[in-house]
Design a protein around this ligand. Structure first.
Ligand SMILES: [Zn+2]
Ligand SMILES: [Zn+2]
Length: 762
């Protein structure tokens, strides 16, 4: 912002200064009245036209001073000389919580790309070039306001040539805080474990890295927000070895391609998907893979999709220019652990995971994973919010400082400091000690960055979640008065959808479908209809409950769900469906009274997938449901007209307690019958998706005037969301489909914070 202000002031011969403050960019100009007026009108016009790129304009405030008056002298007006950019106001000195936006990391821009590839340019092949429009931001910032001296780039004083560019208003690197060149900036090397021992430097390191990948070995690379692992995506051997070392047998892996044309050779890429591939945030975009793609089958492991991304940093560009082949690009960690980002101390981990490591000496201050999006019904849906998108501003304004900590999986922290509310980057699942440690660090670091030392803490009602226990301990251990609020899991899901659509002032019908969350009646909820406001909710309907045979084990053993569902429908015949040895089935059913009740739609999907696809064991949570979606997508892609097939049926009834119930029994009966006649899994999947979408639509018709909000992990399913979107197109009231705030647990903190904010004003 400041360079734009300076250029404009210079053109109009105005004196004054620009400065970054905790409130945003501030500027004082003095001069001829008509020139000052022109400054303001031209500035407004520039901002309307999206200049400078990436600027977020929430409000423009201006104030004029009489040059004879006291206030003018108090502002130092009579001492203004030539227009300058002043060093920033330190927030502590100002005493305000941060209201300026923390700039997100941006992928390398086209201008810098041209320099990178131009042999005559002094930054030719220089992996750390950046400018006013691109480069690292959030991942390297120590404290706000954003300025080189408060980023990890402060370790690299500018050389005379870079300093000249930095000071020249006509240069595109004028006040580009992260600018650098080979003479003064960070350096690159390659070695076995990333240490400097026997290292190869400069572009030779990139060439050697390319050789590592060509040899089907695993390369670690220090990316923008942490280390990544890269292998040749067409090589079964390399992909298999990567999976073995990461201990990640089946979860899909993302693929980085050199150009959009390369992406189109692997997947169908819609215009919206293309736009996101090219966005400055540079996310992974989950697209439908082409049937004849050239990737190793080990990349997607049976799913019909592939996560694609373009090169994000100059280093990735250089590597792909050398190789010109698709690369698997995944975070460097053991599955379930947080992304590695500090070289020191991680050398042995790097050496264990990779054959060689490309390292550099620009420190990462804040680890951040790549973002993942999926386009559904033409809208981007957040699957994981990280590099380039987080911290994401969310429209949940409150004057109360609040920190919300999410639930247990896909944890992300949300922070409200009174001036703004943001959803922080993805941290991970709280199953491992390392991720828990990362969670504690990250909530503290975000609180420091945004200036919220003491805040109301918000967590999930589930008593056993690490984040909930941590919240309680903070309240008990604190010497200062800290208070906490627990909120119900599915209410938080629904309210996160209300935040997404700006509906916090309304009552909505929330449809929350997910794996499981803590229910208030002692059962595991996961298929809920809630009449909700931001502050409160009333549970008015749910999926018909079933026994989760063997508790948590069902996540990995979906046949248990299939057995429970089938037993309700066809009795002991269920034991002869071949789901598991009859003795195992009998044992399990006999002890079913010990298993918890659940209304989880996620589990229902797992059970139907086990019946339709014969899946006995899942490699990760949600895999059976994803495979069922893939079958369905294949059916949809074949253009099988919906009129050619009849949807299965859910009955919708009202229970004795007045709650509406989505009864899955007719649908499961039809699935079993179709499996018995060897119907294709694709058609079974499609008819099941049709049925569920229809059931949701019919259930929603019981509350015909309320806006509908869809949230919960089940709505990462594009086949389901697009069916609902087309049904909803004819409905008079609005349907809030999932958006950038993840519908899965990654978006929960956004809902939690809005609930706490709403209750705080009551
Ligand atoms: Zn650039
Ligand atoms: Zn330089």
């Amino acid at each position: 912002m400041r360079p734009t202000l300076a250029r404009l002031a210079e053109e109009l011969c105005l004196s004054g200064y620009a400065v970054n403050s905790p409130r945003g960019a501030e500027c004082v100009v003095a001069g001829d009245a008509s020139a000052v007026a022109a400054f303001e009108s031209r500035l407004r016009e520039l901002l309307r036209n999206g200049i400078p790129v990436g600027a977020v304009v929430e409000a423009i405030e201006s104030q004029s001073f009489d040059p004879q008056g006291h206030a003018y002298r108090e502002q130092g007006g009579d001492q203004l000389g030539e227009f300058t950019i002043r060093s920033s106001v330190i927030p502590e000195a100002d005493g305000a919580s941060l209201s300026a936006k923390v700039p997100p990391d941006a992928v390398v821009c086209d201008h810098c790309l041209r320099e990178l590839r131009d042999p005559r340019d002094r930054r030719h092949h220089y992996a750390f070039l950046s400018c006013i429009a691109c480069g690292p931001r959030y991942s390297i910032v120590d404290a706000m306001p954003y300025e080189r001296g408060r980023t990890t780039m402060r370790e690299f004083p500018l050389c005379p040539r870079c300093a000249e560019e930095f000071d020249s208003t006509t240069n595109r690197r004028f006040h580009a805080e992260t600018t650098a060149c080979p003479a003064c900036g960070p350096q690159l090397w390659l070695s076995r474990d990333g240490s400097r021992a026997d290292a190869i430097y400069g572009h030779d390191a990139v060439r050697q890295a390319a050789t590592v990948i060509r040899n089907e070995q695993v390369l670690a690379l220090k990316g923008l927000g942490g280390y990544q692992l890269l292998v040749a995506a067409r090589s079964d051997r390399a992909v298999g070895e990567l999976r073995r070392r990461k201990r990640r047998p089946a979860k899909p892996l993302a693929v980085m391609v050199r150009t959009a044309a390369d992406a189109a050779a692997l997947a169908t890429v819609s215009d919206v998907e293309l736009r996101w591939l090219h966005a400055p945030s540079g996310p992974i975009v989950i697209c439908d893979a082409l049937a004849n793609h050239s990737l190793s089958r080990g990349v997607s492991c049976g799913l019909h999709t592939v996560g694609l991304m373009l090169p994000t940093t100059p280093l990735h560009v250089l590597l792909l220019d050398e190789l010109d082949m698709p690369l698997v690009c995944t975070s460097c960690n053991l599955d379930g652990e947080p992304i590695l980002f500090e070289g020191n101390g991680s050398r042995s981990a790097l050496a264990a995971l990779a054959d060689n490591c490309i390292e550099h000496n620009r420190p990462i201050r804040r680890p951040v994973d790549d973002s993942v999006l999926r386009v559904m019904a033409g809208r981007p849906v957040g699957i994981r919010i990280g590099r380039g998108l987080a911290p994401a501003s969310i429209a949940a304004p409150t004057s109360v400082p609040i920190i919300a900590v999410g639930a247990h999986q896909k944890v992300a922290v949300a922070i409200a400091n009174g001036a703004q509310t943001v959803l922080g980057p993805h941290i991970g699942d709280m199953g491992s000690t390392a991720t828990r440690r990362r969670f504690v660090e990250q909530q503290r670091e975000l609180a420091d960055l945004y200036g919220t030392p003491e805040a109301l803490l918000v967590a999930d009602e589930h008593p056993d979640y690490f984040t909930t226990a941590w919240t309680r301990s903070r309240v008990e251990d604190s010497t200062k008065p800290v208070s906490a609020m627990m909120v119900q899991h599915h209410h938080a899901h629904v309210v996160s959808g209300m935040v997404e659509h700006g509906w916090l002032d309304r009552q909505v019908l929330g449809i929350a479908f997910d794996g499981v969350g803590w229910g208030r009646d002692g059962t595991l909820w996961g298929g809920e209809l809630l009449l909700a406001t931001a502050a409160e909710f009333d549970r008015v309907g749910s999926l018909r409950p079933f026994r989760q045979l063997g508790g948590e084990q069902v996540v990995r053993e979906p046949w248990r769900v299939a057995l429970a569902l089938a037993h309700e429908v066809i009795g002991d015949e269920a034991m002869r469906l071949g789901l598991a040895p009859a003795s195992d089935c009998e044992l399990l059913l006999r002890a079913s009274g010990l298993s918890p009740w659940t209304t989880s739609v996620g589990r229902l999907f797992d059970g139907v997938a086990a019946l339709a696809l014969g899946i006995h064991r899942a490699e990760f949570e949600g895999q059976p449901a994803m495979l069922l979606e893939s079958s369905t997508a294949r059916c949809d892609l074949q253009g099988a007209a919906k009129s050619d097939r009849a949807a299965y049926r859910f009955d919708i009834g009202i229970r004795a307690d007045g709650m509406l119930e989505l009864d899955w029994r007719p649908a499961v009966q039809q699935v079993i019958a179709d499996v018995a006649i060897d119907a294709s899994p694709a058609s079974i999947g499609a008819r099941f998706h049709d049925a569920l979408a229809l059931a949701v639509f019919k259930a929603a018709a019981h509350w015909p005037t309320l806006p509908v909000v869809l949230s919960g992990g089940v709505f990462q399913n594009r086949c389901l969301v697009e069916r609902l979107a087309s049904a909803a197109a004819d409905d008079e009231r609005p349907w809030g489909l999932p958006g950038i705030i993840p519908p899965n647990d990654g978006g929960l903190a956004a809902g939690q914070i809005a609930i706490a904010a709403a209750r705080a004003v009551q």
